[in-house]
Design a protein around this ligand. Sequence first.
Ligand SMILES: Cc1cc2nc3c(=O)[nH]c(=O)nc-3n(C[C@H](O)[C@H](O)[C@H](O)COP(=O)(O)O)c2cc1C
Length: 331
Amino acid sequence: MALPFTSFRLLAPMEGITEPCFRDLVLARNPPDALGGTFTEFVRVVEHPMPAHALRRHLGEPRSVQPVGLQLMGAHVDALAETARRAIEVGARLVDLNFGCPAKGALRGCAGSALLREPRKVEALVRACVSALGEHPLTAKIRAGYDDDRLLVDLARAVEAGGAALLTVHCRTRAEAYCEHADWSRIASAVAAVSIPVCGNGGVGAHADFERMRSETGCAFAMVGRGALADPWIFSGRSVGTAEAARFLVEYAEALQVRGGAGIAGAAARVKQLLHFWTAGELVGDERHAWLREREPERLLGRLAEFAGGAASRVPSRNAPESSARGDRTS
Ligand SMILES: Cc1cc2nc3c(=O)[nH]c(=O)nc-3n(C[C@H](O)[C@H](O)[C@H](O)COP(=O)(O)O)c2cc1C
């Protein structure tokens, strides 16, 4: 089944982050030959299929050449398959199944990473969704295992046997959560076990890592999560200046307020979430804590706007959080 991605580099699904506003900004800043596509945050499906309007909200308006896959997480075969069918009806170009979420809620519902102990169930869920999707591709994202990686090959084969068009392997187990170390040999094991394309994921921290992951593991696609929160230009490898980096965050806050239904406090909180990781443009430098301590949304966003205008490095703001800006250091 043909995959619609325009490049081998993909942006990972991230709950609380890859909603339409963030995705659109990243997609707009990386051309299709640099960033091949992305995914929604996971949509939890419990006993009943999700209504079309909820799926439409996660997908957002189609604004890019690159496809956005709608990611679903659940353990009820019929509800998941019907939701997958509706996802295509509302405009998704592919559907991804989440078999990796380590959150307690997912585990309680026996979904997400809970299914890493049950390859047969994974296969049944994949098969039901593949048959619901018809011509559209179904992809699946797993972790390397639950407590250890003993079932990795079984899981990879289950995804293939179910008929998925792509297997994404986040190379950490559920127990390893988001630890620093990423064992890419697990991606290589999955590649060796199946004949469908594999997307490697875990520990991509720089532009060169995408290609390195491909050459070291044989994976066809490489996906980045937190590395793109540090530097949304990681896909193209372009190095941006401080003003351009700040402009991204200013536009993000604006989009969240204009299109995303957020108030200024909500938008500032989302920006702070990115500032936790942010490295692009040396905007944050060694004053990350000062940025994150800023409690006034207006001051945080105002300070970013100054940087975006290119004036902040010359004119420190009187309202700036104490030593929060690069301009303060140079003044
Ligand atoms: C804040 C956050 C939210 C995430 N939400 C999802 C999600 O909704 N679906 C999913 O499959 N993985 C999710 N993940 C996992 C990422 O997609 C990715 O597998 C993981 O971050 C490893 O890649 P990295 O080392 O490049 O960050 C999330 C990760 C983070 C940090």
